[in-house]
Design a protein around this ligand. Structure first.
Ligand code: NAD
Length: 291
């Protein structure tokens, strides 16, 4: 199976490398030269534009920042739908608006393509280890055809429902993650203000009812855990601006459906303040330092 991979960033690069390791032929493209170089160093083939990455491949995977990048990649006269053979299955792993995912998939289906939305959870560590969770929206037949491929990058592959359903699950999940990270930071800060060792505090809360993913696997306090962004000056990982984007997806979605998400709205404001203070490119756990 030949694969095209567009978007070799913090997530896309390790995902594409896992496909190479599994023996697939992978042709990669990114707008940033250093990302192309890193992929070539691992034995990946690189090309100079997106349409070349999608040429003669069985599956085309995209892993881009936000809705507008995905629309730009697939739609329009120079987009992939106008320049790729419909035999190619299209798999968008970016986290984007469920509405945009549905619109792009409809445009793809109108041209004879099978397309799924397949956002992921598990962070850059999960991408490197090949243990991501995939939340897939689309037709069962397309999901089953790409399942063996997704299993090379992830451990849990869920078919959430029709096109857009993968994104809906992802938006709900990340709203919860964003809120939990802020709560975890507050609890740690309060303990530290009381003179507690953050490691002891984290160990105890991790075995108590406050346990959660941010506390146990992605601790935001520097020095508590190795190999997490907080212990690397909050470099890499999942950017504040990407979390802010996901909070925006959640609150916009909630407004359109008149669903009540007061904590989601408050969390969005806090990530926005942190981004505006100049920390948008740091990992989202740096919100630990929000004053
Ligand atoms: P990133 O910014 O590190 O990578 C995105 C890459 O896409 C960049 O290298 C950029 O140059 C490239 N790009 C943008 N437009 C392009 C185009 N038109 N053609 C080719 N390349 C293009 O972001 P990331 O952390 O890898 O996240 C990617 C997506 O995955 C986002 O939607 C994010 O919300 C989601 N996500 C991230 C994490 C995480 O922990 N980082 C976890 C789960 C989901």
């Amino acid at each position: 199976m030949n694969i095209g991979f567009i978007g070799l960033g913090n997530m896309g690069l390790p995902m594409a490398i896992n496909l190479l390791k599994a023996g697939y032929q992978v042709t990669g493209f990114d707008l940033v030269q250093s990302q192309l170089d890193a992929f070539a160093k691992e034995g990946g083939k690189t090309v100079a534009n997106a349409n070349d990455a999608a040429k003669n491949v069985d599956v085309l995977i995209s892993m881009l920042p936000a809705s507008r990048h995905v629309e730009g990649l697939y739609l329009g006269d120079s987009g992939l739908l106008a320049n790729t053979y419909p035999q190619t299955i299209l798999v968008d792993c970016s986290t984007i608006s469920p509405k945009v995912a549905q619109a792009v998939a409809s445009a793809a289906q109108a041209k004879g393509f099978e397309m799924v939305d397949a956002p992921v959870s598990g962070g850059t560590a999960g991408a490197q280890a090949g243990t991501l969770t995939f939340m897939v929206g689309g037709q069962q037949s397309a999901v089953e055809r790409i399942r063996p491929l997704l299993e090379k990058m992830g451990k849990n592959i869920f078919h959430a429902g029709a096109n857009g359903a993968g994104q809906t699950v992802k938006v709900c999940n990340n709203m919860l993650l964003g809120i939990q990270m802020l709560g975890t930071c507050e609890a740690l800060r309060l303990g530290i203000a009381n003179g507690m060792d953050p490691k002891i505090l984290s160990d105890i809360m991790s075995k108590s009812s406050g346990r959660n993913w941010a506390l146990e696997l992605y601790n935001p306090c520097p020095g508590v855990m190795d190999n997490v962004p907080s212990s690397k000056d909050y470099a890499g990982g999942f950017g504040v601006d990407l979390m802010l984007k996901d909070m925006g997806l959640a609150t916009e979605n909630a407004e359109a459906l008149e669903a009540s998400v007061p904590l989601g709205k408050l969390a969005q404001q806090l990530y926005e303040a942190h981004s505006k203070a100049g920390y948008g490119q740091l990992d989202f756990s740096s919100v630990f330092n929000l004053k």
